[in-house]
Structures are given as structure tokens and as C-alpha cells.
Design a protein around this ligand. Structure first.
Ligand SMILES: [Mn+2]
Length: 399
């Protein structure tokens, strides 16, 4: 008998699926959260299942359990730990661990892809295209490589995972991968996924209209309240407002905060660490402590939501040679225009505020400092008309 202890996310259940394909009824699978794994492993050793082969994947064990596994292996027991997290690399000092973060060609690994390759190497599982494809979708989702590669099926696979129960997901995938030569969603799943996509899009649009912008320390952040779709929200809101350093997602009911960034030069695990949290450079989280509550809830509560740039303009365009008109929440207008020397000037109330060597920098400046947004055409026309009449009246005085 085999026992697999794995994570309860898509990469973790992917491990369960390839293990089922290899061992069938001969494997018992335990899906765990990061917090619950060590207790489960302890229980495994309490029960002293000496004849069972232990597999741990996508998660790390604590020091005591590491000692227990080492002792178990020394006494002739069978155990293997397969992981892809940087924080688990120290396990490689043990013969029974296989931690790999990146393949030689630069692609990032996942627990599912590493376990699949391990099972094939050990000739416990026969590789086939359908499994290759499924495993790579899980890998691309878990490493976020799908976003750049635009592998939408990776995201859809994760959506499906959240829509049906774990047992049903596992069973559906195992049957499909056994029977088919290529991986695909069936008609029912296709319909379900299309509905879910529309729902997520609408949810993100609504959240975008609720987002407030503020500085916390040296970083400019967009704050929203949301209980689900954190990855999608962090990604979409971050891309739409690249002037924000990171997106803060508050789950008040769960008393948790998530931080997400799309920028390579921002490390949100550092932000979370200030509030005793942690995570990765691009995705992290912490508890909603009293201090965090003050900074992310109480202080920004009075702020109006960040307005969206007008999107149906014919005249008031970004980076226009004729200038682009913005406004801030206190109704002050900002006009960005290019000089003949290729500088981009920020002008307000007919005074130069600052100038930059690119439009992006000028826009970033007014968006961060004044939470400004691009005005619709009618206000742009009104602004220009007022300037023309002022100019004409000035000229007529001279005559
Ligand atoms: Mn993983």
C-alpha cells in the first residue's frame, strides 16, 4: 500500500490524480492544508504502518517529522518527499527527498510534474499524451506561467477544481486520463466554465469600481474587499493600474489580508512580513492585526473609490500630441502635453507642476500623487474651448 500526503490546491490534487493512475486502489490519499500536514504525518508514525510506502508532495514537514521520516528510512521503510518550493531545498540533503525548483530549460517545476516524472522513471506509471497535457496545465497554473503563455485551459482547470467537489474532480480526471489519448474538457464542463468566466469578469469589474488608492509606507496600493478570486483580482486590477505597487485584498470575515503584485521590483512577502505574515514575492498574506486594520481599513475608509480612465474617447487620448486631460478627486485638472524638446509636462491651473522624459512617467506621477483619471471627451472639449476663448480675449485686448 501507498500513502500520499499532499496539498489541497490544484497542484496537490494533481499529485493525487497521477498517484491514482499509477497505483489505483493501492494508494490512500490525504489532502492537507499547510497547517494540517504535520499532525497527519505524526499520526502516520503513531499508527506504525511499517508496510506502507510514504509519499509527501507539494508541502514541507517540520523538524520532528523530518527526524521521524529519516529514522523510518534508516530502518528500511520506504518514503519520498517531492516538492518544488524554494523554501524546501534543504531537504535535498536527505536521500529520500527530491526538491527541484526549475528545469534545465528554465521552466518552473510543480509538485505534480515532479511526481509524474518520478513515477514514470520508477516505471510505476506509463506516460501518455493525455497525462503529459494535464500535468503541464497544472504546472503552468501553479507557476503562473499560463498567464504569459496565455494557456487559458490552465486557468479553466483551476476554475473547474473550485466549482466541483475534490472527490468529483479527482474521479473525473482519473477516468478521463485513463480512457483518452488527449486531454480536453467535456461539453458539460465547457458550459459550466463559460458561465463561471462571465461571473468572474463581472465580479472583477464590480471590485474595480470599489477599489481605493492610498499610500502605506512608501508603497502605493489599491485596496478592495473580496472573499474569493484573489489571484484573478490581483492580476487584473494590477494590470489595469500599473501605477499601483501592489493590490491589497481584505477578507474581513476571515480576518485576513492578501497582497498581490504584477511588478518584478516589488516584493509583497516583505509587506506581509511587517504584519507577521509571509509568502512569495508576487503573492503573500497576513492576518488582519490591529495595526494592519488601522492602516488598510480605518484610514482609507473615508476615501472615494479610484475612478476609472474614460475608455470611449475619440479626442482625449493618452500620450496624445495634443495633450491629455486628467482630474483628481478634489476636481483639480491636470494636463499632460509634449514639448518640442520631447519632455512631457504636467500642467495644472496653467502652471507647470513637473516635467518628465516620457508620458508614462508623467502619468504615473499624477496617478500616484493625485489619484487622477483620464477625463471623458466632453470635459476635454470644454477645457480646450475655455482656453481658446481666453486666448482670443487676450488678443483682442492688444488691438
Ligand atoms: Mn505547488
Amino acid at each position: 500500500m501507498y500513502r500520499l500526503y499532499t496539498h489541497n490546491d490544484l497542484d496537490g490534487i494533481g499529485c493525487g490524480i497521477v498517484a491514482k493512475l499509477a497505483f489505483g486502489d493501492q494508494v490512500k490519499i490525504f489532502y492537507n492544508s499547510v497547517q494540517s500536514l504535520d499532525r497527519q504525518i505524526e499520526r502516520f508514525f503513531e499508527e506504525k504502518k511499517e508496510t506502507e510506502q510514504l509519499i509527501i508532495s507539494d508541502l514541507s514537514i517540520n523538524e520532528e517529522n523530518t527526524k521521524r521520516v529519516e529514522e523510518y528510512v534508516q530502518k528500511g521503510g520506504n518514503a519520498v518527499l517531492i516538492d518544488h518550493h524554494k523554501t524546501a531545498l534543504h531537504f535535498n540533503e536527505y536521500d529520500w527527498a527530491k526538491v527541484e525548483v526549475e528545469y534545465e530549460d528554465g521552466r518552473l517545476t510543480s509538485a505534480t510534474s515532479l511526481l509524474y516524472e518520478y513515477l514514470c522513471e520508477q516505471q510505476l506509471l506509463e506516460p501518455k499524451p493525455a497525462i503529459d497535457q494535464f500535468v503541464d496545465l497544472v504546472r503552468q497554473w501553479d507557476t503562473w506561467e499560463w498567464d504569459e503563455n496565455e494557456t487559458v485551459d490552465a486557468k479553466r482547470l483551476n476554475d473547474l477544481f473550485f466549482m466541483i467537489s475534490m472527490d468529483e474532480f479527482e474521479e473525473r480526471m482519473v477516468t478521463r486520463l485513463k480512457e483518452n489519448n488527449a486531454f480536453s474538457f467535456d461539453e458539460f464542463e465547457g458550459k459550466l466554465l463559460a458561465m463561471e468566466e462571465t461571473k468572474i469578469e463581472r465580479y472583477i469589474r464590480r471590485k474595480r469600481r470599489e477599489m481605493v488608492q492610498t499610500f502605506v509606507g512608501k508603497h502605493c496600493t489599491g485596496i478592495v474587499y473580496a472573499e474569493s478570486y484573489h489571484s484573478e483580482l490581483g492580476n487584473e486590477l494590477g494590470k489595469e493600474s500599473p501605477h499601483l505597487d501592489y493590490i491589497t485584498i481584505l477578507n474581513a470575515g476571515g480576518r485576513k489580508i492578501s497582497f498581490r503584485t504584477i511588478h518584478d521590483d516589488i516584493d509583497v512577502s516583505e509587506v506581509a512580513k511587517k504584519f507577521d505574515g509571509g509568502g512569495h514575492a508576487k503573492a503573500s498574506g497576513c492576518q488582519l492585526t490591529n495595526e494592519a486594520f488601522q492602516l488598510f481599513v480605518t484610514k482609507p475608509f473615508a476615501l472615494a473609490p479610484l475612478r476609472m480612465d474614460a475608455s470611449r474617447n475619440y479626442l482625449n487620448h493618452k500620450e496624445s500630441q495634443n495633450g491629455s486631460l486628467y482630474a483628481s478627486p478634489d476636481d483639480i485638472q491636470y494636463f499632460i502635453y509634449p514639448t518640442k524638446e520631447n519632455r512631457w509636462v504636467v500642467d495644472s491651473k496653467d502652471k507647470v507642476v513637473d516635467s518628465f522624459n516620457s508620458f508614462e512617467k508623467a502619468e504615473r506621477f499624477i496617478k500616484r500623487k493625485y489619484a487622477a483619471w483620464l477625463l471623458p471627451d466632453d470635459q476635454f472639449v470644454e477645457y480646450l474651448a475655455k482656453r481658446v476663448i481666453k486666448q482670443k480675449q487676450k488678443e483682442s485686448q492688444k488691438h
